[in-house]
Design a protein around this ligand. Structure first.
Ligand code: GTP
Ligand code: MG
Length: 398
């Protein structure tokens, strides 16, 4: 059993022909990390919907299913509107999928999770599903399991009605179900998770559309089916924002003509806000103009920089510990006992913005102000992309 995420390269070294690889996808908060933790039999520390808990990167976790089968489960971030940008999520998934396929590692299946507690399929949930369908491609549907979670939080009647709606609506699960995707219910325990995984033991591996397009077709992400789907979403937002901008400008012109300074100032603020949103959407669309080679180059660069940055941090830390032993400082009357205690090394914790940090949130002491996290990934990939699309990369064990 392993709870350490691993890179495709590390996976390749330990993979046997009988092993099974399954990606777990779905909207943020649908229960992907929980499902994987249940399979692996450990809390992987990647669960939760709060600021810290949500999954930001693709990671792979292995557990022993039987004597001859190790199962590798791939945890993925979900599309939503609050945490990562959609292009970041798609880039992270594309990087992992492209890298594995290039290394001749094939997926046996994909589990798509959906909360049965969601009363309606709209907004992010629908966008997530549409991108998922395109990313898979029709030929891969037969290796997809569409599973609903959180059954204990709905009445059976409501759950069954929603499940029927998912299956019968052409815009929801119907096209995948008709093309041999399997539908399942996950009951939030290991037994149920194992039952869902069972079918993949007999499944021939698949190549998803995204893998085919990026690896064999050498396409930029923006030109893949999934990228085009996301681009369409971005265009819709852009159109809406442009209309807002026009309306605001019209109002602004009228206010200026009428010399209504107060309204004009308010509308000017509005105009700037809408403009900013528009720029952000346009930047995210630009972010999709990247091929697998660039995505992998960014990953490699990030890993190298993270390693050297971590090394430098460790050296600084060691030097600091050596130079500022509490006794020395107290002897010279420079620090109180509390302050010298605060400077002692702490267990490491993960900082979602930058890596591992020895700082705790309440730790404001001057001794703890040494920057202990590696440079931000965004800054690192700037070197490759100029402006710096945010390729999220798991720092892994290779
Ligand atoms: N009641 C119930 N809660 C669940 C179930 N699955 C997950 N949860 C809870 O839902 C929250 C989100 O679960 P995660 O496993 O982090 O969801 P995720 O899909 O990995 O979310 P992201 O990483 O944000 O994409 C957590 O608080 C889980 O404990 C389930 O089947 N039933
Ligand atoms: Mg997660």
């Amino acid at each position: 059993m392993s709870n350490t995420p691993m890179s495709p390269q590390t996976m390749k070294l330990s993979l046997r022909p009988t092993d099974v690889i399954v990606a777990v996808m779905g909207l943020t908060g649908s229960g992907k990390s929980t499902f994987i933790s249940q399979c692996v039999g450990q809390n992987l520390g990647i669960i939760g919907h709060g600021l810290q808990g949500f999954t930001q990167e693709v990671s792979c976790h292995m557990f022993t299913y039987s004597e001859s089968v190790n199962v590798y489960l791939v945890d993925t971030p979900g599309f939503d509107d609050t945490t990562l940008t959609d292009s970041d999520v798609l880039k992270a998934i594309a990087t992992w999928m492209g890298d594995t396929y290039q290394n001749k590692i094939m997926l046996n299946g994909i589990i798509y999770l959906h909360r049965i507690t969601d009363p309606r399929m709209q907004g992010s949930a629908l966008k997530n599903l549409h991108i998922f369908r395109k990313l898979c491609g029709k030929d891969a549907f037969k290796n997809v399991t569409l599973a609903t979670t959180m059954w204990e939080a709905v009445s059976l009647e409501d759950g069954e009605r929603r499940e029927r709606e998912l299956l019968e609506t052409p815009d929801f699960w119907k096209p995948m179900y008709q093309k041999d995707a399997v539908v399942a219910r996950h009951y939030n325990n290991r037994q149920s998770a194992m039952a869902i995984l069972e079918r993949f033991m007999r499944k021939e591996p698949i190549v998803t559309s995204l893998q085919e397009e990026m690896v064999n077709g050498k396409k930029e992400l923006v030109d893949t089916e999934a990228g085009m789907e996301l681009n369409t979403e971005y265009r819709k937002i852009e159109e809406r924002l442009k209309k807002d901008l026009e309306a605001t400008m019209e109002g602004l012109r009228a206010a200026l003509q009428e010399k209504d300074k107060e309204t004009a100032a308010e509308l000017e603020r509005c105009r700037m806000e809408v403009n900013e949103k528009l720029n952000k959407v346009q930047m995210e669309r630009e972010d999709l103009k990247v091929d697998l080679a660039k995505l992998l180059a960014a990953t490699k660069l990030f890993r190298a920089m993270a390693r050297s940055s971590n090394q430098a941090v460790n050296e600084m830390q060691q030097e600091r510990n050596h130079n500022t032993s509490g006794d020395d400082l107290r002897e010279h009357g420079k620090l109180s006992k509390e302050e010298t205690t605060a400077s002692a090394p702490r267990p490491q914790s993960y900082d979602p913005n930058g890596g591992y940090s020895n700082r705790t949130s309440s730790d404001q002491s001057s001794a703890a102000k040494i920057r202990t996290r590696p440079a931000r990934k965004r800054d690192m990939v700037k070197a490759i992309f100029g402006r710096g699309p945010r390729v999220e990369v798991t720092e892994v064990d290779d």
